[in-house]
Write a protein that binds this ligand. Structure first.
Ligand code: HEM
Length: 411
């Protein structure tokens, strides 16, 4: 049945809800005129992510190998050689080189450093007078994961701001792809050269060493650069949105019982974090996968060999068949069950433990320091991040120390 090319466009996260009303898989137009199946059903995504006829290797995508999209935003996702754009043995080799660095024991060992970064940032925010507004995105949700990942990979502090804006550009289909990719690779080449000359106790040095030593899992120079690009990029921008979306959810649902309990220390922040991941996954949709053979979906939809497939994780999180009729609502009292915010199958996120640890530390430290933290009036007007890939907000205006009501009356 259905293979009717739809004229539906997917350019912003807000477009996703409409796709869900049409079907589990809908053929959409992405920016630059790229056609892909946007898959929004929880179970359908899981089945496709395990299907051996679905690959991440762009050589399986005739629209890409034709060169038609070389200069478009998609080149930032498929014109790279790292875990996200490989399948099979190449993917397994690239993944096992870096995944152990993000194991639970390794993440536990990072906790004191994460707590110290949170404290330092909160000390700065605490300088504000009671009643003043603080943008917790630029002062907290963004710098915390940025500093964690840059410390891990030995990226010097003077590069943080530039790396931050380049990584944001990867998530924006309207950014200049050649400039973004070119500048990021140049920075990483310089970082690699520096680590070769001055090895440090960091993950860039570890990757450079494994490239330079004769081991079974040897990396090419291009793979080394693009692996760093992926891990540094994925390693913080996503966590920025997790922390930001959780703060947003908490402050806009102050009366939710689970929110109240977390704020008062009667329950851990884990349920708030898992509900945030389900309700507002940092990666709303992840480009790109490709059908290596025709795939018939249970509803009769036919994905043809060579078609592109976009896993829409926001759709899975809001799928009422998986999460109930109120799936569109933020409610950490719900029994969350399985969510797909970290993906599924062999490409499942290697940084999930670190992301959860950073978010837990960040929320605990923030609400311990500022127990009365509240939304500033402008919070409701903040813009979502541009594009359909990342799901987050551009600002988080809050009032860390509201003026008590009796003092307001005197003023
Ligand atoms: C809230 C934070 C995060 C979210 C929501 C997230 C989400 C995801 C998702 C959805 C995937 C699967 C991509 C696919 O469909 O193929 C993924 C893969 C990946 N993530 Fe994360 N991620 C987060 C944090 C991190 C962190 C902290 C790191 C740090 C190293 C990281 C590194 C990676 C890597 C390297 C992959 C590729 C794995 C593979 O292809 O085998 N992520 N992530």
């Amino acid at each position: 049945m259905t293979r009717t090319p739809s004229t539906l466009e997917l350019t912003a996260v807000d477009d996703i809800a409409a796709l869900q009303t049409i079907g589990d898989a809908v053929l959409v137009q992405l920016p630059a005129g790229i056609t892909a199946w946007a898959v929004t059903g929880h179970e359908t995504i899981k089945a496709l992510l395990l299907n051996p006829k679905v690959s991440k290797d762009p050589r399986q995508w005739p629209a890409w190998t034709s060169g038609r999209y070389d200069d478009t935003w998609i080149s930032m996702w498929v014109g790279v050689v790292n875990m996200l754009s490989t399948s099979g043995t190449d993917h397994a080799r690239l993944r096992r080189l870096i995944a152990p660095a993000f194991s639970k024991p390794r993440v536990n060992a990072m906790l004191p450093a994460i707590e110290a970064i949170a404290k330092e940032l909160l000390d700065d925010i605490d300088q504000g007078e009671p009643g003043t507004t603080a943008d917790l995105r630029s002062t907290y949700a963004h710098p915390l994961p940025m500093r964690v990942i840059c410390t891990l990979f030995g990226v010097p502090a003077d590069l943080h701001a530039e790396v931050g804006s380049l990584v944001a550009a990867f998530m924006d289909p309207h950014a200049d792809p050649a400039a973004t990719l070119g500048t990021m690779r140049r920075i990483l080449e310089e970082l690699i050269a520096d680590k070769r000359a001055h090895p440090g106790n960091d993950l860039t040095t570890a990757l450079v060493t494994s490239r330079d030593e004769e081991t079974g899992d040897r990396l090419t120079e291009a793979e080394l650069i693009d692996t760093l690009l992926l891990v540094i990029g994925a390693g913080f921008e996503t966590t920025v949105h997790l922390i930001g979306n959780a703060i947003h959810g908490v402050l806009t649902h102050p009366d939710n019982p689970a929110v109240r309990e977390a704020r008062s220390g009667r329950r851990s922040w884990d349920t708030v974090i898992e509900e945030t991941l389900r309700w507002a996954p940092s990666i709303a949709a992840l480009p790109m996968r490709f059908a290596t053979e025709d795939i018939a979906l249970p509803d009769g939809t036919l994905i043809k060999q060579g078609d592109a497939i976009l896993a829409v994780y926001l759709g899975a999180g809001r799928d009422h068949r998986a999460h109930g009729a109120d799936a569109h609502l933020f409610d950490p009292t719900r029994s969350i069950g399985e969510h797909l915010a970290f993906g599924y199958g062999v490409h499942r996120c290697i940084g999930a433990t670190l992301a959860r640890a950073e978010a837990g530390t960040a929320l605990h430290a923030l609400f311990t320091r500022f127990p009365d933290l509240t939304a500033a009036p402008a919070l409701g007007d903040t813009e979502p991040i541009s594009g359909f890939i990342a799901f987050g907000r551009s600002a988080l205006p809050t009032i860390p120390r509201p003026v008590p009501a009796d003092e307001r009356a005197v003023q």
